[in-house]
Design a protein around this ligand. Structure first.
Ligand code: NDP
Length: 250
């Protein structure tokens, strides 16, 4: 089995893990349809990848946006082989700070975004009797950290949803995969809405040697490789769960 000609929709494709995965899968011959909010970044990426890529500005918090992204894939290529639900934010806050706006956004993007993808993809995949839905979860979906309860909650929820998806859809030939990265060097830290935590992260980063940084941080391409491995499996092989940490991470 190969990745050649697979039709793959990726959310959160404008940077980090999503962008790296788009480039790698397209290099291996996939047709990638990219969704995110920052149009300029998507345009740049599509220009870099070439004819195997297209994009649609997408806010995963809006069901109609995700529906339109998936419809673009089907209109263009007549099917949907893979949906990669990858968009996410990580504001991080203490529960006592009661940042209702952040909580709402985290739930809308990290949980509802995944459900919007599943809701839009399943009718197509059921008709095809074939399909693969991959979701970026996190080590934060396995272990709870301080000042991260809501982010952790969204990632635990996504694990439960994806396992439910596996159970419900396995007899329709639809596979589901949870990919849980540890720390990856991306723009995700910019979504932290907590200046003290930002300063702490910057301090640790500045005070560590390049060798320590290397052992503590994955590259987005490391996760893209894992996703490519999943996509390349034949139809009878379902990889349900992958946990990928940088070597030195706790
Ligand atoms: P980035 O911030 O680089 O990428 C996040 C992507 O999500 C961007 O493309 C962003 O695009 C998109 N996004 C955010 N909100 C929305 C929205 N409402 N609608 C559509 N797209 C949206 O970080 P990562 O690559 O690290 O993050 C990707 C995933 O990996 C996330 O789910 C994150 O939780 C998870 N993860 C990351 C880890 C890490 O250490 N970096 C560890 C474990 C998991 P735009 O702003 O243009 O919309």
């Amino acid at each position: 089995m190969s990745i050649q000609d697979k039709v793959v929709v990726i959310t959160g494709a404008s940077s980090g893990i999503g962008a790296a995965t788009a480039k790698l899968l397209a290099k291996k011959g996939a047709k990638v349809i990219l969704g995110a909010r920052r149009e300029a970044r998507l345009q740049e990426l599509v220009a870099e990848i070439g004819e195997n890529a297209s994009y649609q500005v997408t806010d995963v918090a809006k069901a109609e946006d995700v529906q339109a992204l998936i419809e673009l894939a089907v209109k263009k290529y007549g099917r949907l082989d893979v949906l990669y639900n990858n968009a996410g934010i990580m504001p991080r806050e203490k529960l006592a700070d009661a940042k209702y706006d952040n909580w709402e956004k985290e739930i809308q993007i990290n949980i509802m975004g995944v459900l919007h993808g599943i809701g839009a993809a399943l009718p197509i995949m059921q008709k095809q009797n074939d399909g693969l839905i991959i979701t970026t979860d996190s080590v934060a979906g396995h272990v709870v950290y301080p000042e991260s309860a809501v982010y952790n909650g969204t990632k635990y929820a996504v694990r439960a949803i994806m396992e439910g998806l596996r159970q419900e859809e396995r007899l329709h030939g639809i596979r589901s995969t949870i990919v849980s990265p540890g720390a990856v060097g991306t723009e995700l830290n910019k979504t932290i809405d907590n200046p003290e935590m930002q300063a702490e992260i910057d301090k640790v980063f500045k005070n560590s040697t390049s060798e320590q940084r290397r052992m503590n941080t994955l590259d987005p391409e490391d996760i893209a490789n894992a996703v490519a491995y999943v996509v390349a499996q034949p139809k009878h092989v379902a990889i349900s769960d992958m946990l990928i940490r940088p070597t030195a991470q706790e």
